[in-house]
Design a protein around this ligand. Structure first.
Ligand code: NDP
Ligand code: 8X3
Length: 252
């Protein structure tokens, strides 16, 4: 029987790249995100290409009731999740703390921390029941280093870093592996979302150097997941070669 991966935020970027890679590796997939049309199109494409079975679950991770009901209503066979890729997340704005937007702060905290926790609780319970599983948490270099105006986004990713450690401690007796991936600059829709659709500003983030692409992260996640069952990679930081820290990037 095929293994199952549940990927949050599969409608674009890193989550979508993971969906392609895990389908290629014969996993059945539970794909989540808010944009149901994108999830349906992706599911169709992957099913045609790889004959993968796919369950589409469109919900907003910020809505606790939606998270719980959408996941708990899945048929029992889908609850034997082998890999959870806790990837849904975003940044909103890049302002000094005194000018920050309350709404942006709420969105980041509700998505990156609270939504992350809602999904983690439901799925880790399933994993405990089956005494197996691997949770991959998408942190960021932003959770390791605070950079100017990154304040609240950095704080949410520091929370992911802490929760990644906490999950490993709490789940160690259950045979569940827990890994954080902390990327530097990856060119996805991330900056367009941060700058609320300002494509020119988003493009400048990746100008003059070769950023990572979503497939680089998906391949790294696959490496981590495909280690033998007794091996857990606790965390992994991955940057473009041209990036030395959150703020030091060598641009041509
Ligand atoms: P994208 O913007 O391309 O993808 C983000 C995904 O998160 C989308 O699928 C989006 O789906 C989903 N998402 C956002 N908000 C919600 C929500 N409220 N409910 C459900 N799903 C949501 O960005 P990336 O692929 O780059 O980001 C993926 C993860 O990687 C994030 O956690 C990000 O913080 C992290 N990261 C990104 C880096 C980068 O440089 N790009 C570097 C380090 C970490 P939808 O909008 O359809 O709901
Ligand atoms: C995304 C990377 O450096 O833009 O988490 O915050 S950064």
């Amino acid at each position: 029987m095929s293994k199952i991966a549940l990927i949050t935020g599969a409608t674009s970027g890193i989550g979508e790249a993971c969906a392609h890679l895990f389908a290629r590796e014969h996993y059945n997939l539970i794909l989540t995100g808010r944009r149901g049309d994108r999830l349906d199109a992706l599911a169709k494409k992957l099913n045609t290409k790889y004959n993968t079975e796919i369950a589409v679950c469109a919900f907003d991770v910020r809505d606790r009731e939606q998270v719980i009901s959408n996941l708990e209503e899945l048929p029992a066979k889908w609850k034997k999740v082998n890999v959870l890729i806790n990837n849904a997340g975003l940044s909103q704005g890049l302002d000094p703390i005194q000018n920050g937007s309350y709404d942006d702060w709420d969105t980041m905290i509700d998505t990156n921390v609270k939504g992350f926790l809602y999904v983690s609780k439901v799925v880790s319970n399933w994993m405990v029941e089956h005494k197996t599983g691997h949770i991959i948490n998408l942190g960021s270099i932003a959770g390791k280093e605070v950079y100017p105006n990154g304040n609240v986004y950095c704080a949410t990713k520091a929370a992911v870093d802490a929760l990644n450690q906490a999950m490993r401690i709490d789940l160690v007796t259950q045979g569940i592996r827990v890994t954080a991936i902390h990327p530097g600059a990856v060119e996805t829709e991330f900056s367009e979302v941060r700058f609320k659709g300002d494509k020119d500003r988003a493009k400048k983030v990746y100008a003059g150097f070769e950023p990572l692409v979503a497939d680089d992260i998906a391949e790294t996640i696959w490496f981590v997941v495909s280690r033998p069952p007794h091996v857990n990679i606790n965390e992994l930081t991955i940057m473009p070669t041209a990036q030395a820290s959150a703020t030091i990037i060598s641009r041509k």
